[in-house]
Design a protein around this ligand. Sequence first.
Ligand SMILES: O=C(O)c1ccccc1N[C@@H]1O[C@H](COP(=O)(O)O)[C@@H](O)[C@H]1O
Length: 222
Amino acid sequence: MREVRVKICGLKTPQDLAAVARAGAACAGFNFFPKSPRYVTPAEARALAVAAPEGLCKVALVVDADDATLDGIVAEVPLDMLQLHGHETPARVAEIKARYGLPVMKVIGVAVEADLAPLLDYQLVADQILVDAKAPKDAVLPGGNGLTFDWRLLVGRKWLKPWMLAGGLTPGNVGQAIQRTGARQVDVASGVESAPGVKDAGRIAAFVEAAQGVKGGVPILR
Ligand SMILES: O=C(O)c1ccccc1N[C@@H]1O[C@H](COP(=O)(O)O)[C@@H](O)[C@H]1O
């Protein structure tokens, strides 16, 4: 069975990038949501992206970004994927994909089974799906809150596109999350930090090791 791919999201410094590369993560995420403690400007992200080792997938996280914002990011930062973490409709996802010619990963926030209903429509237009915990109504951030959801909601689901699991993952629970859901890709932001926006190299290494050490990855049926 192929290795689990890990994305570490919200990198801000060259030290973060070095820790991610050293740990053997597949993807690095740059966060362009201004209210996030993980926010980077396009210029800051560019400096990191150009220094990234060959083969590390560079992902831009945006939230309901307009064309002008996306134009600025895409023009400045060498990217491999756009992560749409807002309320982008399927039509908007298709528009962004066509405009920039980059693979697009659409995020679905999940708390209850009904939240998965839009999955089919999004899978028809996006290249990948990221399933994250749904943010509470009063939350400032639509993601990156360190919240998990009921992983049983994903068990036995048929996927048309590659998908990634996120939401409250940590070095301590990622192995169980992979075994329970059958995820082959995982994403983490707050679970590898010592404080909001401050990445911890030891936790990054432990997370990747825990994710890649899972044998089997067979979903447990409900
Ligand atoms: O991390 C953020 O600050 C953030 C802000 C706005 C939207 C998404 C954000 N992060 C993404 O949320 C999930 C889960 O994060 P966590 O591991 O629970 O902290 C992940 O996909 C991040 O990329």
